[in-house]
Design a binder for this molecule. Structure first.
Ligand SMILES: *[C@@H]1O[C@H](CO)[C@@H](O)[C@H](O)[C@H]1NC(C)=O
Ligand SMILES: *[C@@H]1O[C@H](CO)[C@@H](O)[C@H](O)[C@H]1NC(C)=O
Length: 395
């Protein structure tokens, strides 16, 4: 049992580590299709964007590759320097969007007022070369910029918005869109966030919130439920399945409550972000899961006449929690809007769990029906041990 505990916990931790490391790698490990190499890279604090660059001291130029993920062909994307200010007015923009010919169109646009439609025009500094690439819901702007003299540290502002009839429209005004600026020193690589409410730490908290909740509510809990439902049928796995089930659900609950708490804090720090459904489902989930943990203490003995009703209750709440968790994770993906690959990765995990569940379900029914042929055997096994009760296989 000790061994099983350790194996269960170990697999839980490796899932968490896997997610955490791949999140961390998304900046410096990126390989560009043109094989350009950039020595510096910064994961920008908002709008799932990344800046890669090489600074040349000899001629005070910088080669940049700006990646803006999670956009479509009906979005425009901007990366800009604002040599004289902090926000939008005065921003010297590199713009790109997929135009009516179906190719990414890069151009420059200086912003002088809030009513801009990002009209083409020359910038206050030279941009000797510029290109754009659209691939996998990601726009990449490549450019060489002659930095304004006297400094290597500039405010950069980045943004995306919708196109309408091939013309850029105003960007949304969620906290992410209003906080997408930061100061970057191209020589030292140092950044200081100037975006609203320390955007950098907010992006980190959003990532932490996402990873904790996907791993706990979205992966460990369904795994724990599968351990209970499908291992129970093996005689050799009794009562190991019970400990595996408890280990998975208790660690999932522990990590999940952490993720839930980061969500509450994030929610209260992000006024104006549409999140009511996500928040309400999250609060219900916490209540149901807590109920489930405490109901363990009230679990009647297997022979007790109320145990049958307790089992029904336990299954009902358990499956409700799993379904609601999955629904809420997709709600969360819509709010955080991370790179598409995260959503796809989670859909992959769900499909894998689903396929396994279907196979194991058929196997279980096969075993149960076979045992029905030998009633005394089956009776003996479903009612031994302290952990078994009515198991829901047509008993
Ligand atoms: C700036 O200098 C680097 C080498 O130091 C060179 O590779 C690059 O082409 C120069 N850029 C411009 C625009 O002159
Ligand atoms: C679309 O962008 C490409 C690349 O900049 C350009 O050559 C082409 O003329 C543009 N098409 C239209 C219809 O503007």
């Amino acid at each position: 049992m000790g061994m099983l505990h350790k194996t269960a916990l170990l697999s839980c931790f490796s899932i968490i580590c896997l997610f955490a490391t791949s999140y961390a790698q998304s900046c410096s490990d990126y390989t560009f299709t043109n094989n350009n190499l950039y020595t510096a890279c910064n994961s920008l604090p908002a709008l799932s964007s990344f800046l890669h660059w090489n600074y040349h001291q000899s001629n005070h130029t910088v080669d940049i590759a700006y990646r803006h993920t999670g956009v479509t062909t009906s979005n425009w994307v901007v990366w800009s320097l604002n040599p004289g200010g902090r926000g939008m007015i005065g921003a010297q923009c590199l713009v790109a969007f997929v135009n009516s010919s179906g190719v990414p169109h890069p151009y420059t646009s200086p912003i002088s007022g809030y009513d801009t439609r990002l009209q083409e025009g020359p910038l206050s500094f030279r941009v000797p070369s510029m290109a754009a690439e659209f691939r996998n819901n990601q726009m990449i702007i490549y450019a060489t910029v002659e930095l304004p003299p006297g400094s290597t540290s500039f405010t950069n502002v980045w943004q995306h918005g919708d196109l309408s009839g091939g013309v850029p429209r105003q960007h949304p005004s969620t906290p992410d869109h209003l906080g997408s600026f930061a100061t970057i020193d191209f020589a030292s690589g140092r950044t200081s966030d100037t975006g609203a409410a320390s955007g950098g730490s907010r992006q980190r908290r959003r990532n932490v919130h996402g990873v904790l909740n996907v791993v706990s509510w979205g992966i460990l809990m369904p795994l724990g439920a599968m351990a209970a439902r499908y291992l129970k049928v093996f005689k050799a796995a009794n009562p190991a399945w019970f400990y595996l089930h408890v280990a998975c659900q208790v660690s999932a609950y522990g990590v999940g409550v952490g993720g839930w708490a980061t969500g509450l804090k994030l929610g209260s720090d992000s006024p104006g972000v549409e999140q009511t459904t996500h928040r309400n489902i999250g609060i219900s989930l916490f209540a149901l899961a807590t109920l489930q943990v405490f109901a363990l203490l009230l679990r009647p003995k297997p022979e007790h006449k109320y145990r049958f009703y307790w089992n029904i209750y336990h299954h009902l709440i358990g499956y409700t929690v799993i379904v609601l968790s999955i629904v809420n994770i997709f709600e969360g993906f819509d709010i955080l809007d991370p790179e598409k690959k995260w959503k796809r990765a989670y859909i992959g995990v769900l499909i894998a769990l689903g396929v396994n569940a279907v196979l194991l379900e058929s196997f279980t029914w096969y075993v149960v029906l076979k045992r029905k042929g030998e009633p005394s055997e089956s009776d003996k096994h479903t009612h031994t041990g302290t952990t078994n009760g009515v198991n829901g296989y047509g008993a």
